[in-house]
Design a protein. Structure first.
Length: 218
């Protein structure tokens, strides 16, 4: 009987929130408590309940972003609500989902520990700028000229150019503390070029720098 009452209270919690949050003199403390609970959940990222809700296979990874469906599946007192009901609860708490700026979550199970290690590297470089360096490394490719795109009238513009529209590749690092940039570019950035670039990094910083953290592909 006690368990039934507890479930009933949870099930009515969101309804109470929706009805009371917009009224004059509504229970601010209760709204704030619910909001804090939801914010903590959203910041943690989709978990096992969200994975079960949308995974195509049993071993499928957790989703990389929140949806109303996965939020409903992850909060026990929202499981009986429609997606519109979940949206109303979020609105009542001053929360919302913005697809254009959605926060993505890595499916890597070691993601959080890697982020903590990343923060430790950055703190180490900030505390010991003379002997420790933290670099963000990435690669990208660009072409000699852009791809054909529609004109204002809607027709594709075709420009005649001589030669191959060959891709040009660049590998580079950004110093997290000073903003210093080092790079190497060419038609190919393969194994030999990456080894060469690491050698350049070794010579780019003075001998007193005893430790260089290279944060690859962010």
């Amino acid at each position: 009987m006690a368990g039934y009452k507890s479930s009933k209270r949870k099930a009515s919690r969101a309804s109470w929130l929706i009805n009371r949050a917009g009224t004059v003199g509504g229970c601010f403390a209760e709204v704030e408590a619910v909001r804090e609970e939801l914010v903590e959940l959203l910041h943690a990222g989709p978990g096992e309940a969200a994975r079960r809700e949308v995974a195509v296979t049993r071993s499928g990874p957790a989703p990389s972003r929140w949806t109303l469906r996965t939020i409903r599946a992850s909060v026990d007192w929202l499981t009986d609500y429609t997606v519109i009901g979940v949206w109303r609860v979020l609105q009542s708490c001053g929360l919302g989902l913005h697809p254009s700026g959605a926060r993505l979550f890595s499916p890597d199970p070691d993601y959080e520990s890697k982020v903590r290690w990343l923060h430790r590297c950055l703190r180490d470089a900030a505390r010991h700028p003379d002997t420790v360096v933290a670099l963000f490394l990435d690669e990208f490719g660009s072409q000699r000229w852009p791809e054909v795109a529609p004109t204002w009238g809607g027709e594709a513009a075709v420009a005649q150019r001589a030669g191959n529209n060959q891709q040009w590749r660049t590998i580079g690092t950004l110093n997290a503390l000073t903003g210093q940039v080092n790079y190497l570019d060419g038609y190919i950035v393969g194994r030999q070029q990456v080894i060469q670039f690491y050698s350049r990094l070794d010579h780019a910083y003075p001998k007193k720098v005893g430790l260089i953290y290279v944060i690859q592909d962010n």
